[in-house]
Ligand binder design. Structure first.
Ligand SMILES: [Zn+2]
Length: 290
């Protein structure tokens, strides 16, 4: 019997076992498995799906390290908390949102009058990558601002419809979150570039760049070895693809949080009109909210 050891370094799952052809074939069936020759280990995405997959593939041959077991327990606890929050106000949100209460007391007080906002804020702060689908007028902006503070986001990108940059995001941020410095990139391309540079150079403890959704669009570009691009009709010519960004500097920065606030549901946009949000780089403790 071969013992398979799964462990985590906090970024991925590492799997080791003495060489055994059948075990190699098994680990290769786990999505995302890559052999690392230098460290003589298999590396896999750190997700609960990977954990379940490994257990199914290796059964009782799989031994889980203390570190990985602790990580999995944290994930299960988090899923339970989210499930509770999903069913509505639990009464515990107030005590979880201590950063909001401390840094933005007016925002906290306003949300206490509408407890579903405390609930939504706590859910977003906990989930980190989520969609808040409340109807217009229920305070999605306030809940998002609360989650940004609670998660200690320092470099924030907000992509919203053109008409909401100043009237919604800048105004609400100035009113409710005095510790966040908003920058609105609007006007001529030159003017927008100036704001982006000013934002990048700012040493404000929390800064928010507010842009029009159009600015995060990207175009797929065909890379043809014969230099023919998307005109190439040669059969068998091996193409790869890259992206061309309208505002490359947005894709070169690392964000603590990205908020995408569309005028219409994301799913109703057709392929080429979909913004390239997933291409934007988030830091390790990042949040993405739409
Ligand atoms: Zn070609």
């Amino acid at each position: 019997m071969t013992t398979v050891i799964s462990h985590t370094d906090g970024k991925r799952i590492l799997v080791r076992f003495p060489f055994d052809r059948s075990m190699v074939d098994k680990v290769k069936t786990v999505p995302g498995a890559r052999w690392n020759a230098t460290h003589k280990e298999w590396r896999l995405p750190l997700t609960m799906d990977t954990c379940r997959f490994l257990r199914r593939v290796f059964g009782s041959d799989l031994k889980v390290s203390t570190a990985l077991a602790a990580w999995a327990k944290g994930e299960i606890d988090k899923a339970l908390r989210l499930e509770n929050l999903r069913h509505g106000y639990t009464g515990e949100e107030e005590s979880w949102l201590e950063k909001v209460a401390e840094e933005a007391p007016d925002l906290f007080a306003a949300m206490r009058n509408r407890p579903y906002q405390l609930n939504g804020t706590a859910f977003m702060a906990e989930a980190k990558q989520c969609i808040l689908g409340d109807d217009p007028g229920l305070g999605k902006t306030l809940q998002t601002l609360g989650a940004l503070l609670q998660n200690n986001a320092r470099t924030i990108l907000v992509a919203c419809r053109r008409t909401a940059t100043r009237t919604v995001w800048e105004r609400e941020t100035l009113r409710w979150c005095p510790t966040i410095e908003p920058y609105v990139a609007q006007g001529s391309p030159k003017e927008r570039q100036r704001v982006i540079e000013e934002f990048a150079a700012s040493d404000a403890p929390r800064r928010m760049l507010i842009i029009n959704i159009e600015m995060v669009r990207a175009k797929r570009v065909v890379v043809c070895p014969n230099g023919l691009g998307d005109m190439c009709q040669t059969s068998g010519c091996r193409h790869s693809y890259s992206a061309e960004y309208n505002w490359p500097s947005l894709f070169g920065m690392t964000w603590d949080a990205i908020t995408y606030s569309p005028a219409q549901p994301i799913t109703s946009l057709s392929g080429s009109r979909k913004p390239a949000m997933e291409r934007i780089v988030c830091g390790s403790s990042s949040s993405r909210m739409a």
